[in-house]
Design a protein around this ligand. Structure first.
Ligand code: FAD
Length: 284
C-alpha cells in the first residue's frame, strides 16, 4: 500500500448471474476483489422480485466464501408478507446488512404493491427486524429522475434516512461537486449518515452513456467527446476511462468521502486496477 494515500473502506456491487457459468465466474471475481478486503459485497435485486432466488443464492455463495454480503431489496410490486418472508430468510442466514430500495416496475406493470417508497420499506425493516440490521439506502447527487424539483427530492432522501437508514450509497456520477453539494445540503436538512459514492468504471462507454441519459446523470462533455473519438480503440478507452475515474475517486476521498462503492458489472479487472491506483488494493 502507498502510505501517503488515505485508506477508505470499499464495497463492491454485483448482479446475480443468470447461468451456472456466470456463478462460477463470479466466484473467481469475489476472490480477486476479496483481496482488497472490502467491507461488503452487495447483490442487486430484480424489479418486482424477479431475481429473488438468484439474489439469495449469490449472497449465500459470497457469505460461504467468507465475506459479508448485503442483498438489495426493492419494495415496489411486493406485499408486506412477501417482503417479511424474504427478510426472515436473510435473518436465518445471519445477514444483517441490506440495501433498501423502491425499485422500478417494468413499464406496463400495474401493481404498485403495498409500499410506494423506499422510506416505507426502511421503516418496515426497522420495525420488524430491530436495530441490529444495517440499512443502506440509495442517494442521487444529481437528483432522482422521477422528481421534478431538487428540493423535494432532497427532502424525500432525508425522510428515508429519518425512517431508519444507517448510510447511503449514491447513484454513479462523474461530477464530484454534485456529490459534495448533496452531502452538504442533506446534512443541513438533518440527515447526517455517511453517503458513500457509487463509482462506475468505464466498462463500456456506450452502455454507460445510455444509462446516464436515462437516469439524468451528466457525463462531462469533454469526457464524452474524447470517448466517442476513440471509436473502437479499446485500449485508449480503457486508459482514459481509468484516468478519469481515478481522478474522480481521488477528489472524493480527499474531500472526505467515507468510502467508495464500486459498480463492478461482475468483472474484476477495471475495479482492481482502480483500487491499485488508489492504494486500496494489495500490490501484485
Ligand atoms: P425512493 O427513495 O422511494 O425515491 C423514488 C422517487 O420517489 C424519487 O423521485 C423520490 O423523490 C420520490 N419520493 C420518495 N418519497 C416520496 C414521497 N413520500 N412522496 C412523493 N415522492 C416521493 N433498483 C432495483 O430494482 N434493484 C436494485 O438492486 C437496485 N439497486 C440500486 C442501488 C443503488 C445504490 C442505487 C442508487 C439504485 C438502485 N436501484 C435498484 C435503482 C432504484 O430502485 C431506482 O432508482 C428507483 O427509481 C428509486 O429507488 P429509491 O430506493 O431511490 O426510491
Amino acid at each position: 500500500m502507498n502510505a501517503s494515500k488515505k485508506i477508505v473502506p470499499i464495497s463492491f456491487e454485483f448482479f446475480p448471474p443468470n447461468t451456472p457459468v456466470g456463478d462460477e465466474k463470479l466466484k473467481t471475481v469475489v476472490q480477486e476483489l476479496g483481496a482488497c478486503q472490502p467491507e461488503f459485497f452487495s447483490v442487486t435485486y430484480g424489479a418486482g422480485g424477479s431475481t429473488r432466488e438468484k439474489t439469495l443464492h449469490t449472497v449465500t455463495a459470497i457469505a460461504q466464501a467468507g465475506f459479508e454480503a448485503a442483498p438489495h431489496l426493492s419494495c415496489v410490486g411486493s406485499t408486506r408478507q412477501g417482503l417479511g418472508d424474504i427478510l426472515a430468510t436473510y435473518r436465518a442466514q445471519k445477514i444483517r446488512r441490506i440495501v433498501a430500495l423502491r425499485g422500478d416496475l417494468p413499464s406496463g406493470t400495474a401493481t404498485a404493491g403495498e409500499f410506494r417508497y423506499a422510506s416505507e420499506l426502511v421503516r418496515f425493516i426497522r420495525e420488524t427486524q430491530g436495530s441490529d440490521w444495517r440499512i443502506e439506502v440509495a442517494a442521487y447527487p444529481e437528483y432522482h429522475p422521477g422528481e421534478r424539483y431538487a428540493r423535494r427530492d432532497l427532502q424525500h432522501y432525508v425522510d428515508k434516512v429519518k425512517a431508519g437508514a444507517d448510510s447511503a450509497i449514491t447513484q454513479f456520477f462523474f461530477n464530484p461537486d454534485a456529490y459534495f453539494h448533496f452531502v452538504d445540503e442533506t446534512r443541513k436538512l438533518g440527515a447526517d449518515v455517511p453517503v458513500v459514492p457509487g463509482i462506475m468504471p468505464f466498462h463500456n462507454f456506450a452502455k454507460i452513456a445510455q444509462f446516464a441519459a436515462r437516469d439524468g446523470i451528466e457525463i462531462p462533455r469533454w469526457v464524452a467527446l474524447k470517448m466517442e473519438g476513440f471509436m473502437d480503440d479499446a485500449a485508449s478507452i480503457r486508459a482514459f476511462g481509468l484516468d478519469v475515474v481515478t481522478r474522480l475517486c481521488e477528489k472524493l476521498i480527499a474531500g472526505g468521502a467515507p468510502g467508495i462503492h464500486f459498480y463492478t458489472m461482475n468483472q474484476s479487472a477495471l475495479t482492481l486496477e482502480l483500487c491499485r491506483r488508489l492504494g486500496l488494493a494489495p500490490k501484485d
